[in-house]
Design a protein around this ligand. Structure first.
Ligand SMILES: NC(=O)c1ccc[n+]([C@@H]2O[C@H](COP(=O)([O-])OP(=O)(O)OC[C@H]3O[C@@H](n4cnc5c(N)ncnc54)[C@H](OP(=O)(O)O)[C@@H]3O)[C@@H](O)[C@H]2O)c1
Length: 328
């Protein structure tokens, strides 16, 4: 089969299509013909040599796939050849075929295309984990979502709406209409406004019950100011840098704030399988009903992967960038 590899860690010019070994079927897995995968920032970091592949993970880039089952392991009885599925995978998405444990598979409802399905697993499972497993979102909560127009942000806004909570979002101004259409109640242009003041104004001084942060060090002080008493802050990335300037941690104590960091890739297979099972039960039916929609910004043929990586690095997307995988 073919896969996208990179010669040396570096820029997009390092990416190339190469012949690699076919995946090996395991008793608990299926082999998929991959129709589409989607980009994640981790792919860009991996290409640059800044994201070491975890032990035991597939070294090929790509953390999510949609496609068709072409082989079934001897211990798998709930999937068959011809089933259309999508899955979060531990690397290996930028390839024509992949072996996936059956416990990670989500069967596609009718009318959900491969390009849309490939845009779901990483961002919706990450947002679901952050909101439901870590922050215990409940009806009426106010949730501040930074980078609200990102892939994870667009998933989080919809899950907040589904939970009966209220989303406040930071994003570049040209993306505000799109996040409002998804259900954001208040949008903040983080360059023109102090987001902590905007959140406190919007909530009558109460602050946000939950904050999903992707910016990191530069936002920690203001996040503590924007947080409500007993707030949960979930730190998912450090797009603005990981270093924190010295400041008073008094609000952290006074407001009893919980701060949790997490990365999906550092989780065990068993954890990701349990997360997928809970997501399958509680969230997956809402894609069939149309209440939840993967947000696809652009679709590239995988031969144009370099352009797709450049586009993600430009920060212009709202939602996901998808790669369709050719057969030849
Ligand atoms: N911890 C986890 O388990 C986990 C899982 C998945 C993804 N992630 C991380 O979550 C982040 C979002 O991922 P994604 O794939 O959804 O990203 P994405 O679609 O590429 O969106 C990223 C957006 O973040 C905003 N941004 C970038 N740099 C910023 C900065 N310095 N300050 C403020 N906003 C900034 C930009 O939007 P604006 O134009 O609106 O500023 C940009 O378009 C990435 O860092 C990714 O690695 C973490």
């Amino acid at each position: 089969m073919k896969a996208i590899l990179f010669h040396e860690p570096g820029d997009e010019s390092q990416l190339y299509l190469s012949e690699v070994a076919d995946p090996v079927l395991q008793p608990q897995s299926v082999v998929l013909h991959v129709a589409a995968t989607a980009l994640n920032r981790a792919d860009l970091l991996q290409r640059e040599g800044k994201y070491p592949v975890p032990a035991g993970a597939n070294p090929i880039m790509g953390l999510e796939v949609a496609g068709t089952v072409i082989e079934v392991g001897e211990e798998v009885d709930n999937f068959e050849v011809g089933d259309n599925v999508c899955a979060l995978v531990n690397g290996g998405g930028y390839a024509q075929q992949i072996a996936v444990d059956h416990r990670m598979l989500l069967k596609l409802p009718e009318r959900l295309s491969f390009t849309k399905a490939a845009a779901i697993p990483e961002v919706f499972l990450t947002a679901f984990q952050a909101l439901h497993w870590i922050a215990q979102v409940k009806k009426g909560d106010t949730v501040l979502i930074h980078a609200g127009a990102s892939g994870v942000g667009t998933a989080a806004i919809q899950l907040v709406r589904l939970a009966g909570a209220v989303a406040i979002v930071t994003a570049s101004p040209q993306k505000h209409q799109a996040v409002e259409n998804l259900g954001a109640a208040r949008t903040i242009d983080y360059e023109a406004e102090d987001f902590d003041e905007a959140v406190n104004d919007f909530t009558g001084g109460e602050g946000a019950d939950i904050i999903l942060d992707f910016v990191g060090g530069p936002y920690l002080k203001q996040n503590l100011e924007a947080a409500a008493t007993d707030a949960r802050i979930v730190s998912l990335a450090a797009l603005g840098g990981a270093r924190v300037e010295a400041f008073s941690m008094a609000p952290f104590l006074r407001k009893r704030i919980q701060l949790t960091g997490t990365t999906m890739r550092s989780r065990t297979d068993e954890y990701r399988q349990r997360l997928t099972a809970d997501f399958r039960e509680k969230i997956w039916p809402h894609f069939a009903s149309g209440e939840l929609q993967p947000v696809v910004d652009t679709i590239y043929d995988w031969e144009d992967v370099a352009a797709a990586h450049r586009y993600m690095a430009s920060n212009a997307n709202v939602g996901k960038i998808v790669l369709t995988i050719g057969l030849d």
